[in-house]
Design a protein. Sequence first.
Length: 218
Amino acid sequence: MSKDVSPSEETITAGQAAKFTDLQIARLRKSGLPSEPTQYVLEHEGAEIADAFEADVRRRVEARIRTTEPHILKRQPFDPAKFLGKDWTIDEQVGKRDGDNLDAGKLVRKDYLKKGESYINGEERLKRIKAVPEDIQFDASDFLALWQEKDHATLKWLYDTRGITWLSFWGTILRDPDGGRDVLYLCRDEDGSWDWDCGWVDDGSWDASSPAAVLASS
């Protein structure tokens, strides 16, 4: 039976995944690699190689999406007191986010976890973000552009094309009326609607399901 490798409106199909596997098998069979050390690598590093392969495919697919379906919004000035209420302030702007536009096609997600970690607290994530200044964090102006867009069209596009259900905006660290530090996030509800909230930097737990929104490097 032939595999269905035709494009889908949903996520990658079983046929498409199988075709990648077939291509890998063909290349490896032609490689002439010796069996015994190959078996060792398979047993000890196979999962890591699979992760690297998936990451490379994702990078290439997302690059293709950026060239074919750009969603560009005008970033919006963010006033924490107006949006969140009295006594909310901006505590810190992280990184060098600039420009007037948000190009959703260049949005990537990062969780800043190390191998073996399932979660970290907010301050540790912020520390790791600052250790990688080339990672340009999306900020509150990006958040507001996405949130205020009619029908949340870009958020829906991000879900439909890339399965994105959560984005946090570490380019702006807020100070709440109680003195705590927070970041804004957007999340997709089970009914398909989008909502927003603030997550704690001081104490909150951040895992792979709550990634930071980052501008893809050129």
